[in-house]
Design a protein around this ligand. Structure first.
Ligand SMILES: [Zn+2]
Length: 228
């Protein structure tokens, strides 16, 4: 095995490793079902006497599911980090007041964790719990979410796929450039050892310090090259 081949393997191994690790991470990634936040709260419910029966069945079915919700963080004071917040579709509400209780997803970061507070539109991934919880007489929450991750919405879903594709393309490009560079290096070395011009491959055995074909000054390559 010649030296260039060895270099190829040394260069390619980490790239193969990175690509394989990325593929494994994508394959093992938890899948979150995207759920539209706006219709989630769009049903009538008496905040005093409301019960689970008021929640449409298609929303009750989401209980315990891993979901991705897009909305705005609300209910805090723009702290740097927070362990709980509410996720809402819009504020103020279309009728001018605050969102109804069924229009809020009460998000909590489990195990004492916290997330960065974000003012822009976010995508929140986590496990959704559906069902009415009361504080005294009043419905305190309908939707609760155990948060796994909060990201700017611009970074998620299709965009994340694009980022992954771009990263793979960058690795491939780097690989191609690396191969081309190694090929050129190898060709140049072969030409020099055969006393051919390293630039164009012209036979320099009978020529002087300059390649008559391409003009390359070659006097430094072979110490006993004829000086003309
Ligand atoms: Zn030449």
């Amino acid at each position: 095995m010649n030296q260039s081949r060895r270099w190829l393997i040394v260069l390619a191994l980490p790239v193969v490793f990175v690509v394989a690790a990325g593929a494994m991470r994508m394959a093992s990634a938890v899948k979150y079902t995207p759920v539209d936040l706006k219709p989630l709260g769009n049903f009538p419910m008496d905040p005093l006497n409301g019960s689970d029966k008021d929640i449409p069945a298609r929303f009750r079915k989401l209980d315990g599911h891993r979901v991705a919700l897009q909305g705005s963080m609300w209910g805090g004071f723009s702290e740097q980090r927070t362990e709980n917040f509410q996720l809402i579709y819009s504020f103020p509400h279309s009728y001018g007041g605050p969102p109804l209780v069924q229009e809020r997803v009460f998000a909590t970061v489990p195990n004492g964790g916290s997330v960065q507070w974000r003012g822009e539109l976010v995508t929140v991934e986590g496990t959704l719990h559906v069902g009415i919880l009361k504080t005294g007489q009043y419905v305190a929450s309908v939707y609760r979410l155990d948060v796994d991750r909060v990201q700017p919405a611009a970074l998620t879903s299709t965009n994340r796929g694009l980022f992954v594709a771009a990263r793979i393309a960058a690795v491939l490009l780097q690989l191609i450039l690396g191969f081309r560079w190694l090929n050129r290096l190898q060709l140049r070395r072969r030409r020099l050892s055969n006393r051919l011009c390293p630039e164009c491959g012209y036979d320099m055995r009978a020529s002087g310090s300059r390649c008559p074909e391409c003009g390359k000054v070659v006097v430094d390559y072979w110490p006993n090259q004829i000086q003309i």
